[in-house]
Design a protein around this ligand. Sequence first.
Ligand code: PMP
Length: 455
Amino acid sequence: MSEIEERLSELERLGLGRRLRLISGPQGPTVLLEGKPVLLLCSNNYLGLADHPRVREAAADAAMRWGVGAGASRLVSGSMTIHGRLEERLADFKGTEGCLLFGSGYLANLGVIGALAGAGDTVFSDELNHASIIDGCRLSRAAVVVYRHRDVEHLEWSMRRHAGGREGRRLIVSDSVFSMDGDVAPLLELAELAQTYGARTVIDEAHAVGNLGPDGRGAVAEAGLEGEIDVVIGTLGKALGSYGAYACASAEIVRYLINTSRSLIFSTAPPPPAVAGALAALELLRERPHRVARLRSNARALRRALAAEGFPVTESEMHIVPLIVGDERQAMRLCQEAIEGGVFAQAIRPPTVASGSSRLRLTAMASHTASELREAAGLLGRVARRIGLDPESLTAGQVERQAPPRASAGEDFAGEISARRAGAAPFDAESSGAPAGDSAAPFDIERDLSGARAA
Ligand code: PMP
């Protein structure tokens, strides 16, 4: 057996095997999954814009006008008018001076973190940040301090601890809406701490745009922090229905990113049809914000119906709803049986989430109907019970578990932390500040394969 085959069978043995499922047609509310019609309950096409006629037409027109590919990095073969136009509109939408497009959200996080932190600097990163942030931290070669999820006390304590004598730059980086749990970062507190301790802030709004804030402008706008965060990252691949990403910031930072961001400099610019599609989606969002209201009310309907089935889900308007099963194989089984019943919600397993917290990550879309969502919740309840999973016994998600964040750190926090978290390696005092790649990888596949549990 080759080493690759061995690794693949090890993944299968651990219930972590992955394969691509074939769907026909666009990311609509229902899709044909391997020939079977199912309700799509796991797409990030939150506002239903990926297949909107105006968005499709804009992309098709752009292909005719500008061609399909951008040819090279914008620094090499020139910046196309359509890139500049979308950047202007996005800066206006996010209330910043400037904006810079990237090939994807993954590339944006790599490029921005790497530009703002390097060897000798320190990045403070929430333990549930997206993998692209974790990878951005690793590549930056900065020291990475992973603070406990949404825990501003732990963050402040860590920032104090890493203040003494260090000359390097400091960066706080966080998702605004966390991708696998749908809860929101304590943005006000993060901004305050950044000011107090002289750090920059990078906030990833991938899952916030289209749902939170006035007209779906995101969690930063909802918190009243427009213009206060150093770099706001967002993707064009989710609520904006296309592909690519952006970093919104001051004109100075944008100029700096153009000069230093490796994933911008060394990668082909986003394709014109994708840029034009995103531009049309953004126009639609601004003209008709009722889609945002629709997404929120659908999220509420889905959550209510799941709660009625006994799932530990609270009433809110957050469109990401985790049903945390725990065991990898049980999560896959629930997913498979739900598909048989006509609902597609992909099981999410390590390394995307920590071992033992595998889940169905449900996402409402504005294009669902409330009755579709209620029926889906009923089906999920029935299927769970049939396979011996009592919905009430599922682990509650972060939203349900959370106390509101606290803003000030107690002096005796060091003792408190070690008492509360003895042995929780990725986040405890000793491992914080270790080189990226050690401390910033709570859900690293290597750990899972070696049988170690992520914290
Ligand atoms: N940030 C977050 C929080 C994400 O969830 C994702 C995608 N799942 C990304 C960044 C990456 O964005 P993209 O898909 O555009 O690469």
